[in-house]
Design a protein around this ligand. Sequence first.
Ligand SMILES: Cc1ncc(COP(=O)(O)O)c(C=O)c1O
Length: 338
Amino acid sequence: MLRFHGDREVAPGLVDLAVNVRQEAPPAWLMGPVTASLAHLGAYPDPAEATAAIAARHGRPPEEVLLTSGAAQAFVLVAQALRPERAVVVHPQFTEPEAALVTAGHAVERVVLRESDGFRLRGGQIPETADLVVIGNPTNPTSVLHEATDLARLTRPGRVTVVDEAFADTVPGEPESLAGARDLPGLLVIRSLTKTWGLAGLRIGYVLGPAPLLDRLHEHAPLWSVSTPALAAAIACASERAVHTEREIAVRLVADRAHLVAALERAGVPVAGRPASSFVLIRVDDGERVRAALRERGFAVRRGETFPGLGQDWLRIAVRDTATSDAFVAVLSEVLGR
Ligand SMILES: Cc1ncc(COP(=O)(O)O)c(C=O)c1O
């Protein structure tokens, strides 16, 4: 079940609380260049300008940026390019990194974070001899934000540490991001432009890290794997305007999430950990029945049991506008008989 994702929960007529992609249409300053790029589809894409723009946005030289067809492709490149002897994936987290490693023939060891720890990493949980470690920050599906210093402590010579920051831009100011950290050995930071910007169908993401490591990943990338419209989006999303807008969106998200969490708590529904991203993880009794009843009443939520370390009683809920959250919690309360 590692290859199950939230989009499978969605169906026509259902309110989508299962996919963590922002639903508002991308702004005109972003869609303008994407649309304009369609006039140039006769030429093969050249990633140089977009690579330089993303590099500047993170204060790095262009050699430390590899554009990918979404963050999803980055996991495949990591799995294909590296030959880890002891690969460790920290769960619960997005399952594609493990799926890609297994598909590439690597054995994967799981470190499963505990609910009793608020799904946070404790010191000493990662085996010293791990030469590849994958962790999400903030983490899907727990919405937990690890401290940058704790993640930095995982890095060392002889180990590749992959931090999946697909949702980093949902945190105002990105205080725990390692995107600009150039001095940590073997650190690869994977980013996505599909979530906040509502571009899941366009496929655009990137990897930040030491140039020699990115060169190895690049060797496994298909030629021209990032399309011209995706490159146009990357350039637009690296602009000062984009970074400013991203932060405004993140601040609004904090308020919308607080509203959802408060409503859930009033309904007596426990929320896991201290949520920091665009989704929250809840626990209910008889989760499978609850999820089915929510569907019957028009709400698609993300099941928890396909995430290692969780089970059927866990459900992931996307943060939407307050009216949608209120409507959802009212229906959930009804389903729970409260
Ligand atoms: C934590 C996490 N990382 C990466 C991805 C993949 O993102 P992209 O759309 O950029 O491939 C997802 C998508 O759901 C995700 O949840």
